[in-house]
Design a protein around this ligand. Structure first.
Ligand SMILES: *Cc1c(COP(=O)(O)O)cnc(C)c1O
Length: 398
């Protein structure tokens, strides 16, 4: 095996996957792992989904990329479908979540600019947020560990404590353009924002001429049992960023906006070389075919109940391992009593994958195609992992 020549930016688990089938990943040596990480909420339809594979292969035989110098029939179709199924009128396609957020931020700033308020470019964000790793999105996320050493923080992001309405009101000035929030913080530890809080943000935006931006990169596209998480809250944004699940594993993101919010994004103001290319659109449209299909989201909600019930009983049985269960749909967080990394490792020992998050939480984000039977299989593996951890905790305290 050749020695790798990679940046040292990732602390990778020593597993080498060769292929996948449904909710299973298979290593080079043929070991099967039950995947409740789904490539960090990306593989919304699991591995080798025939409709996705078929769409990608069919498009691969036609044309991969033509650039945005030309009309893009796939973008026209997918944007129409996203708009018809959301608050939005307009869509810009990107290759990633961070780029979708960059577009959202630029859209909000341009909106204020064309409304005669160039001084309004500040965006209020919340502690614990994650919006990506570009220079602007690390400034928006505000986490010191991601900002350190990369020069001055991009100007115009004002952060307030999670859920703190007084601090939020105090942070809004004549220079504020928008409020940016994840309806459920993902990386921050599956922290749902109460809908009353989101409704209050909506009101504040309306009263002050600000735009409300939702980052649904992790929560969107069926993850919570509705197409978008905001549908649970009764609050609609003006702008929304999507990525992860929308491409089912193909790099794809999108920035959605009302016509009003997008009014500053005129020809030449923004662009992308790859964004929305024919391969990406073939896959994105195929993902929506399945997720918008009859009964699909209902099934996500049904399997969620199985998982939640099982997790609640594991929490009761292993209170020294599991402190709390939270989240919505198949975006579940297990707040651990032991270090979250230990729980992820113990689950990996049972050949099950999950993803750690902030606030000592283990994220369970299986493919949305997971069956009730597979959910029960996952629960029994978490049970075994918790049993081992619980026994060693008891030994420690004895
Ligand atoms: C993953 C994520 C991003 C960044 O997406 P990338 O594709 O990694 O750039 C932004 N916001 C949220 C909420 C995310 O979960």
């Amino acid at each position: 095996m050749a020695e790798a020549a990679l940046f040292d930016t990732f602390a990778r688990a020593p597993l080498r996957f060769e292929r996948g089938e449904g909710v299973w990943l298979v290593t080079e040596s043929g070991e099967r792992y039950l995947d409740f990480g789904a490539g960090i909420a990306v593989n919304s339809l699991g591995y080798g989904h025939p409709h996705l594979v078929g769409a990608l292969k069919a498009q691969a035989d036609k044309v991969w990329h033509t650039s945005n110098l030309f009309e893009q029939p796939g973008q026209e179709t997918l944007s129409r479908r996203l708009a018809d199924n959301s608050f939005a009128d307009k869509v810009f396609f990107t290759n990633s979540g961070a780029e979708a957020l960059e577009c959202a931020i630029k859209t909000a700033r341009r909106y204020q600019f064309v409304k005669g308020h160039p001084e309004r470019f500040h965006i209020v964000t919340f502690e614990g947020a994650f919006h990506g790793r570009t220079l602007a999105t690390i400034a928006a996320g505000g986490q010191a560990k991601y900002l350190e050493g990369f020069g001055p923080k991009v100007e115009g992001f004002d952060q307030v404590p999670f859920g703190d309405m007084d601090a939020l009101k105090a942070a809004i000035t004549d220079a504020t353009a928008a409020i940016l929030i994840e309806p459920i913080q993902g990386e921050g530890g599956i922290r749902p924002v109460p809908k009353e809080f989101l409704a209050a943000l909506r009101q504040i935006c309306d009263d002050n001429g600000l735009l409300l931006i939702f980052d649904e990169v992790q929560t969107g596209v069926g993850r919570t049992g509705k197409l978008f998480a905001y549908e649970w809250t009764g609050v609609s944004p003006d702008i929304m960023a999507l990525a992860k699940g929308i491409g089912g594993g193909f790099p794809l993101g999108a920035c959605l906006a009302t016509a009003e919010a997008a009014s500053g994004m005129t020809a030449g103001t923004h662009g992308t070389t790859y964004g929305g290319n024919p391969l990406a659109m073939a896959v994105g449209n195929a993902v929506l075919d399945v997720i918008l299909g009859d009964g699909f989201l209902e099934n996500v909600r049904d399997v969620t109940l199985v998982l939640r019930q099982g997790l609640a009983s594991l929490k009761d049985r292993f209170p020294n391992v599991i402190e709390d269960i939270r989240g919505e749909g198949l975006l579940l967080g297990v707040k651990a009593k032991v270090p979250a990394g230990d729980l992820v490792a113990a689950m990996r020992g049972e050949h099950m994958l999950a993803v750690p998050a902030g606030d000592n939480v283990v994220r369970l984000l299986p493919p949305l195609t997971v069956t009730a039977e597979e959910a029960r299989e996952g629960l029994s593996r978490i049970e075994k992992a918790a049993e081992k951890l619980s026994a060693s905790e008891m030994k420690k305290s004895a």
